[in-house]
Design a protein around this ligand. Structure first.
Ligand code: URA
Ligand code: SF4
Length: 205
């Protein structure tokens, strides 16, 4: 099966992992994306947030969460009182998967084989950081880290301890908030998202 494993250096620092990930050809997605979008965060970050995969903007710029979903996420973190300097942002899949529609590049959801192929990078990031907390943003990240059967809708906002970290939580993906059917639904979804992050912030304290 496709896997990033042969490209992942053992027990490496984040800097070395990032360098190696730039040359990953662990699955076919490297051909379609502009570049590998690896995680980012300050030295000493102890809260890891895991999204799905880079979007159009992230693919061009090479950094996670720099587009509209990222702006919402930054604002929600600030509202929840989570210090940005504690946060490391990354994705379950590190290449942008898309298909052309006219001049636009339309995001395609990564499938289970792609998520599984890319998971060694996520595991290596977690091994290098040894975070106090891991937050899965949306079903793709939750299923990559918490298992196929994990239902975000049933368990969002719950803090549990797993082998990944002492504090592990799943919540929705910020993109799903942007897709809410109207302003009222969007406001409600956003408030719930901030609430989940507040639960985590209190657990960290
Ligand atoms: N959505 C994600 O899941 N990750 C990003 O980096 C940007 C948007
Ligand atoms: Fe490697 Fe992940 Fe990119 Fe596939 S998506 S080529 S496994 S970095």
């Amino acid at each position: 099966a496709a896997s990033a494993a042969p490209f992942v250096p053992a027990h490496a620092s984040l800097a070395r992992l990032r360098e190696a990930a730039a040359g990953c050809r662990g699955c076919h997605l490297w051909e379609r994306g502009t570049q590998t979008v690896f995680g980012v965060g300050g030295r000493g970050a102890d809260v890891v947030l895991v999204g799905e995969q880079p979007g159009d903007r992230e693919d061009r710029e090479g950094h996670p969460f720099v587009g509209p979903a990222g702006r919402l996420l930054e604002a929600a973190l600030a509202e929840a009182g989570l210090d940005r300097r504690r946060v490391y942002l990354t994705n379950a899949v590190k290449h942008f998967k898309w298909e052309p529609r006219g001049k636009r590049r339309i995001h395609l959801k990564p499938n289970a084989a792609e998520v599984s192929a890319c998971r060694p990078w996520l595991e290596a990031e977690l091994e290098a950081i040894r975070p106090l907390a891991v937050v899965c943003l949306g079903a793709t990240a939750a299923q990559a880290l918490l298992g196929k059967g994990f239902k975000v809708t049933e368990h969002r906002g719950e803090v549990r301890s797993t082998a990944l970290a002492p504090l592990v939580m799943a919540t929705v993906h910020p993109s799903s908030i942007l897709r809410a059917r109207d302003d009222e639904a969007r406001r409600a979804e956003r408030a719930r998202f901030v609430q989940d992050l507040e639960v985590l912030r209190r657990a960290l304290a």
